[in-house]
Design a protein around this ligand. Structure first.
Ligand SMILES: *Cc1c(COP(=O)(O)O)cnc(C)c1O
Length: 370
């Protein structure tokens, strides 16, 4: 079936008007196109609540991982050391990146249902003065937990460290005052909460730190400073730009504004998420992350007790009825995930929950369903 909505955390379901923008093969070098790139960069600064004086935006080809890798391998210098705070697969991926680049790093782990503790970060920074940069994930899509980047940023800044955030799945879905919180580099991508399609990633960067990093990059194509230097002149991309994706993203930004900006979009996501968890609980399906730390983007659920089906049976059943869900990504326990970002509204949540209820009944589940 080719007609389903995505309940996955990006790529996600986009509007027809966003998709329609991709029907035009735009020239890359003319002023019209470069102007679009510049307007996107300017709009992203506004969404991050920062000024052009202190911050700048770099767009980078590739998926979100390329953006995180670009920052981690371009910003720290040869003698620098990165502390990675990890409580899920995307934190672990940061470790993979610095390892590939043979960089000096330390890692602080928490289990997937616990947020990194700012007091522990403080302690680590005191004990290891060689650390110069602190990196962590905001919305850990592995579990759906929303980490407290504000408190960790505070600790990092007090210690004089550079603070890097992977806010891939949260930026524009959760309001982030980037400057006020002391975030130096924030990474997100086109296909998450701004509701564009996959193809590029963007970095909101402290301008002085970016300029100071010139020559540090360990890779040519992911060189953040070089990418910025070319783009900042007039909006020209250093290498072939994903034109169709850029046009779709520009439209997606307009639609975000029409919806009422981050405030309205965030409210919709929070409400979708609350309804989802409530309906699932009514079926005896419990979420993995404690309510206190549950983010509004995606939720990890345990299978109900005594269930006699596999993920792929459930996935196929739901997909045939119009929605695609997501497998679990935890090592402990059998779980699955449902995202609620993208063009998803309360009626979709009600619908998918009634499909799941039907499925559980069809599979003879001895549940608490009344
Ligand atoms: C989506 C996502 C990424 C990027 O993943 P890609 O597959 O490279 O797009 C990175 N971090 C988090 C937290 C994400 O949700």
């Amino acid at each position: 079936m080719k007609n389903y909505k995505l309940l996955t955390p990006g790529p996600l379901t986009t509007t027809d008007t966003v998709k329609k923008e991709m029907m035009f093969d735009h020239c890359t070098w003319d002023d019209d196109y470069k102007k679009i790139t510049q307007e996107i960069r300017k709009g992203l600064l506004e969404l991050a609540h920062v000024s052009e004086e202190d911050y700048t935006v770099v767009l980078m080809q590739g998926s979100g991982t390329f953006g995180v890798e670009s920052v981690l391998t371009s910003i720290p210098g040869e003698n620098d050391k990165v502390l990675i705070c990890a409580n899920g697969a995307y934190g672990e991926r940061m470790e993979d990146m610095v390892r590939h680049a043979k960089m000096s790093y330390a890692i602080y782990h928490e289990p997937c249902n616990k947020i990194p503790d700012p007091a522990k970060v403080k302690e680590i920074l005191e004990q290891d003065p060689a650390i110069t940069h602190v990196a962590m994930v905001h919305s850990e899509t592995t579990s759906g937990i929303l980490n407290d980047i504000q408190s960790v940023a505070k600790v990092a800044k007090e210690a004089g460290k550079v603070f890097i955030v992977d806010a891939m799945s949260s930026f524009a879905g959760v309001d982030i005052p980037v400057g006020d919180w002391g975030i130096d580099f924030l990474v997100s991508s086109a296909n998450k909460c701004i509701q564009g399609v996959p193809g590029f990633t963007f970095i909101i960067a402290r301008k002085d730190l970016l300029i100071a990093s010139a020559g540090n990059a360990r890779s040519l194509s992911l060189d953040l400073y070089d990418q910025w230097k070319t783009m900042d002149v007039d909006g020209k991309w250093r290498f072939t730009s994903p034109t169709h994706v850029v046009l779709a993203f520009y439209q997606a930004m307009k639609e975000l504004e029409e919806e009422g900006g981050i405030e309205a979009r965030s409210r919709r996501y929070y409400e979708n998420n609350r309804l989802l968890i409530q309906r699932m609980e009514e079926m005896g399906i419990h979420s993995y992350v404690d309510k206190e730390w549950q983010g509004p983007i995606i939720t990890t659920f345990f299978y109900p007790e005594n269930c006699h089906f596999t993920f792929s049976q459930m996935y196929e059943y739901i997909k045939e009825r119009g929605y695609a869900i997501y497998p679990g990504k935890l090592t402990e326990g059998e779980t699955f995930r449902i995202g609620n970002i993208g063009e998803i509204y309360e009626e979709d949540i009600e619908k998918v929950c009634s499909i799941i209820k039907e499925f559980l009944e069809a599979y003879n589940h001895e549940s608490s369903v009344a």
